[in-house]
Design a protein around this ligand. Structure first.
Ligand code: SF4
Length: 243
């Protein structure tokens, strides 16, 4: 459902981005190229904040072709190229040689190690020298994000993390995208509300938690990739019954 105060939500999000640009530059948006991140990308680039808020994506080497195609759509629409951060080749080769290319299916530990190599370490590099980072996370996305705040202290990266869409519903996101002709990942039209690496993401069924297609073979409690840490811990779980 579109929020009754949708226009206020949009204005509040724009104000948050402006505040980050004014008070926390250099900052960065970590974009997964999903719908939420495209809303924020559109707002940052239309407000010409990109000199103070960089936009980057973690090119893990396992993304869908449809996800990579969004990079071209951004370039065509905004004449802007996202910075890409890739994993260290040596670390990827060592993991694959020791455990196998798709060893993340074998255990939570091996899945987390793959995420550490392909996502967490490149994220740490991308955030070096920044004073704040921004994500497209929303509280309503899953049980693991129920206690998300607009502004959080991220001790792991020693900076402030902003979640400007924290109060947005999924319908709010799509209302903004359609009203503003924002480019988006074609997988969203094929049952993928949340999109990560290709081997670790699948389409969901109607009524399922929007992140149910991520690491679907694991328990809900383990379903974060290690990128989002609050007070030294992963974002807390309020309820493990959904997802
Ligand atoms: S989502 Fe899957 S393929 Fe991507 S880094 Fe994590 S375990 Fe590896």
């Amino acid at each position: 459902m579109i929020s009754e105060n949708f226009e206020l939500l949009v204005a509040g999000t724009r104000a948050t981005l402006q505040r980050v640009a004014n008070e926390f530059s250099p900052a960065a948006l970590a974009s997964s190229l999903a719908a939420e991140d495209m809303v924020l990308t559109d707002m940052i680039l239309r407000a010409k904040l990109q000199d103070r808020i960089a936009i980057f994506t973690l090119e893990t080497g396992r993304l869908h072709a449809e996800t990579l195609a969004v990079l071209d759509r951004i370039k065509e629409t905004y004449a802007y190229e996202l910075a890409l951060y890739r994993p260290e080749e040596q670390a990827v080769n060592a993991y694959v040689n020791q455990h196998g290319l798709n060893a993340f299916y074998d255990s939570v530990d091996l899945r987390k190690e793959c995420c550490r190599i392909r996502k967490v370490e490149p994220l740490n590099r991308a955030l070096q020298g920044k004073r704040a980072w921004i994500t497209g996370q929303r509280r309503a996305q899953s049980s693991t994000r129920a206690e998300l705040l607009l502004q959080e202290r991220d001790d792991a990266h020693d900076m402030i993390k902003f979640n400007p869409l924290v109060d947005w519903s999924e319908d709010d996101v799509w209302h903004y995208i359609r009203s503003n002709n924002v480019p988006y990942n074609a997988l969203h039209d094929r049952g993928y509300p949340s999109i990560g690496c290709e081997p670790c993401t699948r389409a969901i069924q109607p009524g399922e938690d929007v992140r149910a297609g991520r690491w679907w073979w694991e328990n809900p409690e383990s379903k974060e990739c290690g990128l989002h840490v609050v007070d030294g811990k992963l974002v807390r779980i309020k309820s493990a019954t959904s997802a």
